[in-house]
Every structure is written in C-alpha cells, then in structure tokens.
Ligand binder design. Structure first.
Ligand SMILES: [Zn+2]
Length: 283
C-alpha cells in the first residue's frame, strides 16, 4: 500500500507558544489538517477530508465566523484534498472510499468534493450529527457540509479487539487493513482510523489529542492555550482523558508496531510526510 500524508487545511491562530510550545508569544502558531491518501487494492481511500474547496469560495457559510476567528484558517484552494489528489495524477472519482474520525467541519468539509465516495463513519458520530442531543452538538456540525447527502456507511463497534481497543473491522468494500477504532471524548462518536500499511500500523487519532507531547509516556505535556482549547471543544471529558491515557499506553507498549498521530499537530505531520518521501504541501 502506498501512503500519502496530506495537509488539507492550514490554520494560523494567534497565540504563539501558548499553542505550539515554541518560543514567542506574539506570533501565529501553525496547525494542519493531517489526512491520508491510501493507494489500496480497492482503489483510493481518503482518511479525513480537511476543510474542502468551498472553504475558499464561501468560507463564512462553510466554516462559520467563530471558527474562522478562532483558528484563522489559511484557506488555499491548493491545499484542498481534491486538488492534491489531482496533483498526484488521480481523478476525484478515483477516491472510492472516505473514512472519517468524526464529522467536525475541519474533517468532513471536503466530503462534498468526493460525492461518489462511500463515507465510512462510526454510527455514534453520525447519530450525534443527525440527532444532536444538546446545543453544542447542534452548533458544532455544519449542515451545509452534508447538504449533498454523502453516502454514509455507519458502523457499530463490534467488539473486536485491536491492540486492546474495541474496533470496527470489515468496512464495506475494503480489506481488513483499514479499521475504525472508537476514541470518544472530543465528540461522542469520535474514532481513530487504523491502517495496516504493510510496513507497520498507522493510527490517525483525529482530535483525541492535539499536541505530540501529550503522548509522552514519562512526562505528558501540552501548551496551556492548546490544552484550554481542547477542553473547550470536548464533548465527554472523562472519555477523552481515559482515551489519551490508553493512547499513551499503546505508544509505550507497541510504539515499534504502531505510529500514532493526531489531526492538527504540524510536528507529527512534517515528520511523517518527510519519512514517506513526498514533499509536504503546507501553507
Ligand atoms: Zn479538528
């Protein structure tokens, strides 16, 4: 399997070291939207979609003013997943499957650019979007991003184990090398996406953590501004913290077999994109 690491949405929020831990307070931090494009025997599979092309043409409707103010997204058409897929020599319809960690706007925003793809998602997350149980769930999912009626395939967790995590295996039309690993907390149906690349596992942990230092087994750490942001956007605090602890244990016990990364950390993104041998696209 060939794996491409794509950044499908750079954000430059003000906050300097409070957000990224590097020196300097009065500068903008960098965040990415770390997606994977997988060349599999079943066609192209996109894991996460970033903000999508409408983010550059109608950003307020697509992303909302609050999100734009908070994260200052760069919104370059060239960063959209569909444009990067084209840049690699593929057509958008070659992407037969999309697998998502959750349905927040910076993860599902690009679905509209792949209307023919089957969209695999954990059923609890789809329910949270379709039947929000409170105001925060009603506000966090952007209706406009789902108006084209994506071909969702929801799955329950079926109790199969993957390194001790309950997991969904056997996604419709896909082989056993891609699975959904529920990691609730950020949203109630949040999940990771695990990929057996043939050269070890990758786990895209989405927004189950935000900073590489959080998975440091001996001294987990996170810049204070980012830690505050993380708790402001969480749905279930206890599950989020428990799952972070489980991810630390996974890295501690199986770090040579599984490479874990999150959606928005630029350090992890650049490290993995460079290791994969392709020049990363970054705004
Ligand atoms: Zn996110």
């Amino acid at each position: 399997m060939r794996v491409h690491h794509l950044n499908c949405g750079t954000m430059r929020p003000l906050g300097g070291r409070l957000l990224d831990g590097r020196p300097g307070l009065h500068r903008r931090a960098e965040m990415v939207c770390h997606c994977l494009l997988l060349e599999t025997d079943d066609g192209l599979v996109l894991v996460e979609t970033g903000v999508g092309t409408p983010a550059s043409t109608r950003p307020n409707e697509w992303l909302g003013k609050a999100f734009r103010l908070l994260t200052n997204p760069v919104i370059e058409y060239a960063e959209s997943a569909v444009e990067q897929v084209s840049g690699l020599g593929f057509a958008p319809e070659d992407v037969r499957h999309v697998v998502l960690t959750h349905l927040d706007l910076d993860h599902a925003g690009g679905l509209v650019d792949f209307p023919d793809a089957v969209v695999h998602v954990y059923e609890t997350e789809l329910r949270a979007m379709r039947e929000p149980r409170d105001r925060s769930e009603r506000l966090r999912y952007r209706r406009a991003q789902f108006a084209h009626r994506p071909m969702f395939r929801p799955y329950p967790a079926d109790g199969e184990l993957w390194f001790g995590f309950e997991a969904v295996r056997e996604l419709d039309g896909l082989g056993p090398e891609i699975l959904i690993v529920p990691l609730a907390g950020h949203t109630r149906g949040h999940a990771g996406v695990a990929v057996d690349t043939g050269d070890g596992w990758l786990l895209n942990a989405g927004d189950s953590y935000f900073f590489h230092g959080q998975l440091d087994a001996d001294a987990p750490h996170c810049p204070p501004g980012l830690a505050l942001f993380e708790s402001l956007v969480q749905t279930e605090r206890r599950s989020r913290l428990d799952n972070q602890e489980r991810l630390r244990e996974l890295v501690g016990g199986h770090g040579s077999e599984v490479t874990v990364f999150c959606a928005h950390d630029p350090v992890e993104f650049h490290r993995l994109a460079e290791a994969a041998g392709a020049p990363p696209v970054s705004g």
